[in-house]
Design a protein around this ligand. Structure first.
Ligand code: SF4
Ligand code: SF4
Length: 515
């Protein structure tokens, strides 16, 4: 069933539920210009952890010459992704460097000094329709493809899960609801055939039946381009969705397109859906058709402080400063640098970081773009936050529990379902930073979970040690008892032997009988 086949009541209901917000989208002028390719930088920095899951394991030595597309680090475990050389050059080091991560901690990265030749490994062309579904998933895993919408979950895991759970529907996410970002918009406009072909390859991998591509209505050129590219494929439906933040979140888009809700704590696969981003689909097209690993992506560089906002295609590992230079530098003081979008992106305080697989945007925001006038005031109980929450939570109540250190109370109200979209804070007329409470509380819970895991591990170690000592004591006691028994048996045998060997005493003469 397509999105437009849903019963009228269901579609009306979705229109009437006014969750979300309409922040000024700031997508222009970057969205108006063609994607430009950034020249190769002299050095690429490739963190081993660019994805959800275990970091990759280096497979190259310092000093080795590598070619574009060559494997540099292999996946470790089922939830992980390999890293490939984005260009040819020499491995200059495997060191700890600052990496883009909310913790602000450093991480291990492979440093690649490029040689300007950009020589590639041999890449084989393949007809995807000759491949079995499992082979497609394996090739996607080998190409190091992760969710390019920012989640960075290894794409192949979803494909294998889709095969296992019999998911008939592929939802392709072209929402791109974060203000400023337009990298997906440009991709859909300029390379719609890649997106559609990638989507059809994914559908084959999950053995699904239909594809719903959700694109916000404020991207009419993208909708038209995709519709043209998909015209020959009846299994593909392009569905314009309202331009409303956070329409691009997985839960919202799936609910909107299919009329089904992903259960709390559940996955799209639970309701027969696999979700991928449009950029991920294009990357899968290139990997399967042309054998290209994930070594490049489109990044939006924007914000009021940037001289020429635009979309750039860059090699993974490119330093952020190179993107800013390519856009003519800054024309105003930067109040906040953000990697990603302004609502859910990562605020950074240095440009000494590389573009990684999940980086869709780099923003230089001015004070006027970041400030909300005035400071937070008291709650006026208007309920705007509850109406706007796309998950249907009660932000005010959750924040009240968190303020009084009652994390359990916040959990009972659905804290774990909060996607941290910040819509509640955005709409609050009293400017109460509600999402900060939730992010803080989720950090506390994560720390508690880690502490509990550590305690459990320590308890297991202590229990195992006690059991081992008990076992050793039991074994020692058994050995001692056995030895004692052996000693006593030997003693008894010796005594018996000695007794047997002792000379017989002369017989006492018979007592004389008196006559
Ligand atoms: S941040 Fe959480 S509580 Fe606030 S609107 Fe988003 S999902 Fe709802
Ligand atoms: S939106 Fe702000 S003022 Fe209104 S109920 Fe929520 S927290 Fe209170």
């Amino acid at each position: 069933m397509g999105a437009n086949d849903l019963p009228l009541a269901s579609r009306l209901g979705r229109w009437l539920h006014r969750w979300g917000a309409h922040p000024d989208d700031h997508k222009h002028p970057a969205a108006n210009t063609d994607v430009a390719a950034l020249p190769l930088p002299p050095r690429l920095t490739l963190p081993l952890a660019q994805h959800i899951g275990a970091p990759a394991r280096p497979e190259v030595e310092v000093g080795a010459r590598v070619l574009r597309g060559q494997l540099l680090a292999s996946a470790q475990g089922p939830i992980s992704a390999p890293i490939h050389a984005p260009s040819s050059g020499t491995i200059a080091g495997i060191v700890d460097v600052p990496v883009p991560h909310p913790s602000g901690l450093s991480g291990t990265a492979i440093l690649l000094d490029t040689d300007g030749l950009d020589e590639a490994v041999t890449m084989a062309e393949t007809d995807p329709w000759t491949l079995a579904p499992a082979d497609i998933a394996r090739r996607v895993a080998e190409a190091g493809i992760v969710g390019l919408g920012g989640a960075t979950f290894p794409a192949a895991v979803k494909l294998s899960g889709g095969q296992k759970h019999k998911t008939p529907t592929l939802v392709l996410n072209g929402g791109e609801c974060e203000p400023y970002l337009s990298c997906d918009d440009r991709l859909m406009r300029e390379r719609p055939a890649e997106v559609i072909d990638g989507a059809r390859i994914i559908l084959r991998a999950i053995e699904g039946r239909h594809i719903l591509i959700g694109v916000e209505k404020n991207k009419p050129e993208a909708i038209a381009a995709l519709a043209l590219a998909a015209a020959a494929f009846p299994e593909v439906e392009i569905v314009p969705v309202p331009a409303r933040y956070p329409m691009g979140s997985e839960k919202q888009l799936v609910s909107w397109l299919t009329g089904k809700e992903i259960p709390a704590g559940g996955l799209p696969a639970d309701i027969g859906v696999v979700v991928q981003n449009v950029g991920t689909a294009a990357a899968i097209h290139r990997a399967i058709r042309h054998g290209e690993a994930l070594i490049r992506r489109i990044v939006t560089v924007s914000g009021g402080a940037i001289r020429t906002p635009r979309n750039i295609e860059v090699r993974i590992g490119t330093p952020l400063a190179a993107l800013i230079d390519f856009c003519g530098g800054t024309i105003a003081p930067v109040a906040r640098w953000v990697l990603g979008g302004p609502m859910m992106g990562l605020a950074i305080d240095t440009l000494d970081l590389p573009i990684i697989k999940g980086s869709g945007g780099l923003l230089a925001l001015t004070a006027a773009e970041t400030a909300r006038p005035g400071s937070a005031g008291p709650c006026i109980h208007c309920a705007s936050c509850a109406s706007a929450c796309p998950i249907g939570l009660m932000p005010l109540e959750m924040a009240a529990h968190i303020r009084s250190d009652d994390l359990l109370g916040a959990l009972a109200l659905g804290l774990r379902d909060c996607i941290g979209c910040g819509t509640c804070s955005y709409v609050c007329p009293s400017r109460i930073p509600l999402v900060h409470y939730f992010n803080h509380a989720k950090g506390e819970l994560a720390a508690q979970d880690r502490a509990k895991l550590r305690q459990d591990a320590i308890r297991q170690l202590v229990d195992a040690r006690a059991a081992r000592m008990e076992q050793e004591a039991r074994e020692k006691a058994e050995v001692a008892a056995r030895r004692k028994a052996e000693r006593e048996r030997a003693k008894a045998e010796a005594a018996a032997k000695a007794a047997a060997q002792a000379p017989l005493s002369p017989a006492r003469p018979a007592e004389e009988t008196p006559a």
